[in-house]
Design a protein around this ligand. Structure first.
Ligand SMILES: Nc1ncnc2c1ncn2[C@@H]1O[C@H](COP(=O)(O)OP(=O)(O)OP(=O)(O)O)[C@@H](O)[C@H]1O
Length: 470
């Protein structure tokens, strides 16, 4: 498909000249004479590139202003500036502000075409690069600042280089696979493969061929040899995701393969020796599975050499702002849209929600917000823009409808109501931790204690364990 180029210049004959040069080269073009037209044209359909004059008459914004507005919409569309006599300094400024390059008037058509083709190529490479980075590096770093997350990262740093088997437990969507990737990335096997087998989605009859592979039959063209995950993970790490879903019979075979660091392919006779580190995850209580006869105890002890636990998100609400911002930046990168800012109030509302789907649910919410949240893309996300299920759990202090009730109260009671709701919400954000809440709200620890007592707020009620119960 031909690239479409938006030409922004106040002089009609310059626009016509540029259009002529570009369409001769097979580019599609559109024109805008001032900032409002340029922004409207850009919003109506993203062009591949913008040629932008620096000095425009009869325009609300000059070239630098338009550049900022367009980059606010979509930072990845390259802009080539046209500078006239005496605007070179501004052109340099424009490059510092993210323009791709500039050309000076009067310009030769060759120079214009060269700069444009380079800009389009750079933009293609940049897009390809970030897609590759996202695919290759599919989250191998646990984001989060809470105590449990910090301890988990420390534990991963300690055990990653040892090569021990690790069993990671935690609810769905909490980040078990990210933890497994992080263990691999920080191990001595980081250059080797990371192979995952999802035991929850595999039909019971398929486990053994997936694990051990299939030997070629006597007629290799009829059934070529197929390597299983153990073989493909040689020199690297094998993740057995949701290991409790593995049939008992397969569990026995895996125990043997782990013990012997080798196995025989299905239909084969020759032993395959492999060097694989196995990491397993589960969202079930494996002790209960063992007691119920559904999980082999010997496999448990082989896998759980080092057990790690990831708590549900509602037990580490302090991670929510960092995670939300991280996912917003990520979504912006993948979608090519400018990331939106998240207001402190909207983050506080997210911190009050229970997140039954854990981090995965938060990630989906942010993807949704980037595309669907109302308002201008440059406006921060406010609590009232959140979907109802999240907004409904926002602390009362953030819900505007409380104001009507507050207006019926005398000042002292209204102030107390506000203070109670405000402090309850802050305690929730800081996981019930008095010292951190006190530091944030700007009070002495002991004064905060007295205030909470006076208002009848029990700090323990806001602690994670209680929050987890509902
Ligand atoms: N601490 C974290 N930092 C960054 N991303 C995270 C974190 N935790 C989870 N994620 C992201 O949330 C999503 C769910 O995480 P992941 O797949 O690791 O969960 P899981 O516990 O393995 O879930 P399941 O058991 O349902 O597969 C992924 O997109 C992952 O990238």
């Amino acid at each position: 498909m031909a690239h479409e180029i938006l030409i922004v210049d106040d002089e009609p004959d310059i626009r016509a000249l540029i259009e002529g040069i570009l369409s001769d080269e097979g580019y599609e073009t559109r024109q805008a004479a001032n900032s409002d037209q340029a922004i409207a044209a850009f919003k109506a359909r993203r062009p591949s590139l913008v040629v932008l004059d620096i000095w425009l008459q009869n325009s609300r914004l000059d070239g630098l202003g338009i550049l900022a507005a367009l980059h606010g919409e979509e930072p990845r569309v390259p802009c080539v500036m046209i500078s006239g006599h005496g605007t070179i300094e501004t052109a340099v400024q424009a490059i510092q502000n993210g323009a791709y390059d500039f050309i000076e008037k009067p310009f030769k058509s060759d120079r214009l075409l060269l700069v444009i083709s380079r800009a389009l190529e750079a933009s293609r490479l940049q897009r390809e690069n970030s897609e590759l980075r996202l695919r290759a590096g599919a989250e191998a770093e646990l984001v989060g600042v809470s105590g449990p997350m910090t301890q988990l990262r420390q534990a991963i740093d300690r055990v990653a280089p040892t090569g021990s088997r690790v069993l990671i437990s935690g609810p769905a969507g909490a980040g078990k696979e990210v933890a497994a990737r992080m263990l691999h990335a920080r191990s001595r096997r980081a250059d080797g493969p990371f192979v995952a087998l999802n035991c929850a989605t595999l039909a019971p009859g398929r486990f053994e061929e997936e694990l051990f592979g299939v030997e070629a039959g006597s007629d290799p063209t009829a059934q070529p040899r197929r390597a299983g995950v153990l073989e493909r993970a040689h020199g690297g790490t094998l993740l057995l995701d949701e290991v409790a879903d593995m049939p008992l019979e397969t569990q026995g075979k895996i125990v043997r393969a782990l013990q012997e660091q080798g196995f025989v392919r299905i239909g084969g006779a020759q032993r395959v020796t492999v060097d694989v580190r196995v990491i397993a995850t589960t969202n079930r209580d494996l002790q209960a599975e063992i007691a119920g006869g559904r999980f082999r105890e010997d496999l448990y002890y082989r896998l759980a050499v080092v057990p790690l636990k990831i708590p549900p998100l509602r037990e580490r609400r302090e991670d929510i702002p960092a995670l939300a911002r991280h996912f917003m930046a990520r979504s912006g990168e993948t979608s090519g849209m400018a990331p939106r800012e998240l207001s402190e109030d909207s983050l506080a509302a997210m911190q009050a929600y229970e997140w039954p789907g854990n981090v995965r649910e938060l990630r989906n919410l942010i993807d949704w917000l980037l595309i669907m949240a109302p308002g201008d893309a440059r406006e921060p996300i406010r609590p009232d823009m959140l979907p109802p299920q999240v907004g409904a759990s926002a602390p009362a202090v953030l819900k505007l409808d409380r104001s009507s009730e507050i207006m019926t109260l005398p000042l002292r009671e209204a102030r107390e109501l506000f203070e109670r709701q405000y402090l309850e919400a802050q305690l929730l954000r800081f996981g019930g931790n008095i010292s951190r809440t006190a530091a944030f709200v700007g009070m002495e620890r002991s004064a905060l204690h007295r205030k909470l007592k006076f208002l009848g707020v029990h700090a323990e009620d806001r602690a994670p364990a209680a929050a987890a119960g509902g």
